[in-house]
Write a protein that binds this ligand. Sequence first.
Ligand code: NAP
Ligand code: ZN
Length: 347
Amino acid sequence: MIPAKSYAAYSQSTPLAPYAFDRRNLRPDDVHIKIHYCGVCHSDLHQVRDEWGGAKYPMVPGHEIVGEVVAVGPAVTKFAVGNRVGVGVMVDSCCSCPSCDRQMEQYCDEGMTGTYNSYERDGVGITQGGYSSDIVVKERFVVSIAQHLDIASVAPLLCAGITTYSPLRYAGVSAGMRVGVIGLGGLGHMGVKFAASFGAEVTVISTSPEKEADAQRLGAHRFLLSTSKEEVKKHAGYFDVLLDTISANHDYTDFVRMLSLEGKLLVVGLPIEAPRIAPGALISKRRSIIGSMIGGMKETQEMLDYCAEKNIVSDVEVIPVQYINDAYERMLRSDVKYRFVIDLSTL
Ligand code: NAP
Ligand code: ZN
């Protein structure tokens, strides 16, 4: 076994604390990665606090992992010792259903295996994530990272990046389209960068007026304060595409009314409670609501290659692992600029 150090949640109400455990020995198609940095996603907080149900403790969160290959199994063909690599939200799937065959392992018919808080495919072992020193992952679920990008700023691309890139591509976002990004946090700030790089006119739709200058710096052309009823009303029928990244409970109806004829509300935020939606708002202009979960491994590599070409990375605040509980509290106050990333050398 491979000894690993980490920070883990021992229950839903206690602060994360140090935890030592073992990673599995390498299978033939496994890659052993020394983790350098790991981003902090709002999904970590939802799961640590068991807001979605099914929490398994001790839980080592973290699914925005970057590091260096230190060993490979004999059947590994894509990676070698010394390579710079990443791991995102999933570490396995059945690899043979129609979704997996279409390179969309995140929609695996048997359910993907999450990087942490998930049962291994043997139904017994429990996965542990990236707030740790080491991880062992099947090579299909490992991606390559370009050398010239700042490695800490790349980490959030593994979840916040692909989760916004994939639906914006699916919706065909391109020059001349009006795109609104709802919520300027970890996902939202990547949504702004991607939508702007695809040539769209981008509006940030936010509850935080103090984020307006940042929104512009990140590439947005317009800013809409969602707490102003007047502003919201003024934008009825305005947007071709809206990307909803809000982490807290909220209604969809006002946002749907802001969509144009056949406009699309892309939902990626995962609050606890089911949202309210007035059917009339959908029907009156043949609008649709589309859910999207991360992206497949092929598309994740494509997104990373696109970022390498366009020099797109996240805006990060690098923190020592001991700061994680404070980082969670700041995340709950929407005080993140715009992603915390843990430096695992501080473990
Ligand atoms: P985050 O960094 O905390 O950002 C969330 C943003 O939502 C905040 O910055 C804030 O933006 C806005 N917000 C927060 N509370 C709000 C409220 N009460 N009303 C309206 N807006 C509010 O979170 P994140 O890491 O980007 O994650 C966002 C959500 O996506 C989470 O629910 C997460 O679990 C989910 N997620 C889904 C996937 C997927 O595959 N679909 C992947 C990763 C994460 P403003 O200050 O601008 O209003
Ligand atoms: Zn995430």
